[in-house]
Design a protein. Structure first.
Length: 389
């Protein structure tokens, strides 16, 4: 067997720093063979400046929205952003496909090896057939009116079936998921959580103060969204339990859930999680800070999430709400706002934690023998990344 050998100023395994001077050995196809002291590595070791790391995991993306790059202005706020996304879906198919291909290319260049991708359409199926990245496809459904739940769910199941054809075991890589607590009725939640094989789900959660105000009080800016969609929500009654517990009760104890954004998650929310069916170990909190800043939302209270031992992962959101699809750029933003956080902790969120969240940690996420996690070299300022394998 032919081998490749790598060493750098620092080596991060996915969970910890490894001893300086160690050499990472892989097969030519990228399978991890061993980590050994330099004295045992033999000849042909490639030496790099910076940090060797497993490939990044992007736990939240909307690849199908890549054609919207630069179209929606920054700092519009949540409601106006959502309305503009809805208005911008009527693009020529060739333009959409070209943008999807370019966006996937950029993720590969930025060291991403796996993606949790939100899909409302089958537009990314053709690109994903190439198998260049690992994907878990979250087929998103929404419908706030109880009477339309079955119709909405069937439309999403039709999209699911198109992605399912790409995989030998469809439920390992595909799920039908709720969009957000303000866009899914209780009846639709039940159809989603009881869909056969739906073990891994994701939901946009507590992305803005307006979302919390609507769910808990029934007031605020979200009424403009429903007016724009011509939806009568006079039936809606605020949730006395608070916004997070109000919908976590819909999920089943054996399911895992990625909560995306969490900009408005507070101490009371995190304490209430203990009383919900989902164990805390089955919840992952996904940070997309650059998208939060683009839309005009605050960043999550990351120190609070850490205080409650939340499993944190990282996403890029879409090019409709971001300037690039780069996990490293997200880590850089987090580090700017939270300079006291150790780089090893940030890197674990972006590698092993992400792999666990997407249930891919037997394949990627860390430098363990037999895995194919990709190999990156990152400069110590978190400004550049190069993919070596």
């Amino acid at each position: 067997m032919n081998y490749r050998k790598f060493t750098a100023d620092h080596l991060f395994t996915g969970s910890e720093w490894f001893s300086n001077g160690s050499v990472l050995i892989t097969s030519t196809e990228g399978e991890i063979i061993d980590l050994v002291p330099a004295a045992e590595a033999g000849e042909g070791v490639a030496n790099y400046s910076g940090i060797l790391s497993p490939g990044f995991v992007n736990c939240h993306c909307h690849l199908e929205l890549s054609h919207m790059k630069g179209i929606i202005p920054e700092k519009t706020g949540m409601v106006d952003f959502l309305v503009r996304v809805i208005q911008q879906r009527g693009f020529d198919g060739a333009i959409i496909q070209k943008a999807i291909e370019a966006a996937e290319n950029s993720m590969l260049q930025n060291g991403i090896v796996a993606v949790g991708d939100i899909c409302n359409t089958p537009n990314t199926v053709e690109q994903k057939k190439q198998g260049r990245l690992l994907y878990h496809n979250f087929i998103e459904t929404m419908g706030f009116i109880e009477q339309t739940a079955a119709q909405r769910f069937e439309a999403s199941r039709a999209v699911y079936e198109q992605f399912a054809r790409l995989y030998r075991n469809p439920s390992e890589s595909n799920s039908i998921v709720p969009h957000a607590p303000y866009s899914v009725s209780p009846a639709l939640f039940q159809m989603i959580t009881h869909f056969p094989g739906n073990h891994l789900l994701a939901i946009h959660s507590q992305e803005s103060g307006a979302e919390r105000e609507f769910i808990e009080k029934g007031t605020g800016d979200f009424h403009r969204l429903y007016q724009a969609l011509n939806i009568d929500i006079s039936f809606y009654k605020p949730r006395s339990t608070g916004s997070l517990p109000a919908y976590l009760t819909h999920f089943l104890p054996n399911q895992s859930l990625i909560l995306v954004h969490n900009t408005n998650t507070n101490k009371e929310d995190l304490e209430n999680i203990a009383h919900c069916p989902l164990p805390i170990g089955n919840l992952f909190f996904c940070l997309c800070p650059n998208a939060n800043e683009y839309i005009g939302n605050p960043l999550p209270n990351i120190d609070l999430l850490r205080e409650y031992k939340a499993a944190i992962v990282v996403g890029t959101d879409s090019l409709a709400s971001n300037h690039q699809l780069s996990v490293l750029a997200e880590l850089q933003t987090i580090h700017q706002h939270y300079p006291h956080l150790e780089k090893s902790e940030l890197l674990q969120w972006a590698t092993l934690n992400g792999a666990r969240a997407l249930e891919l940690d037997e394949v990627i996420g860390s430098f363990e023998v037999g895995k194919k996690p990709g190999v990156l070299v990152i400069d110590e300022q978190f400004t550049k990344v190069e993919r070596l394998v």
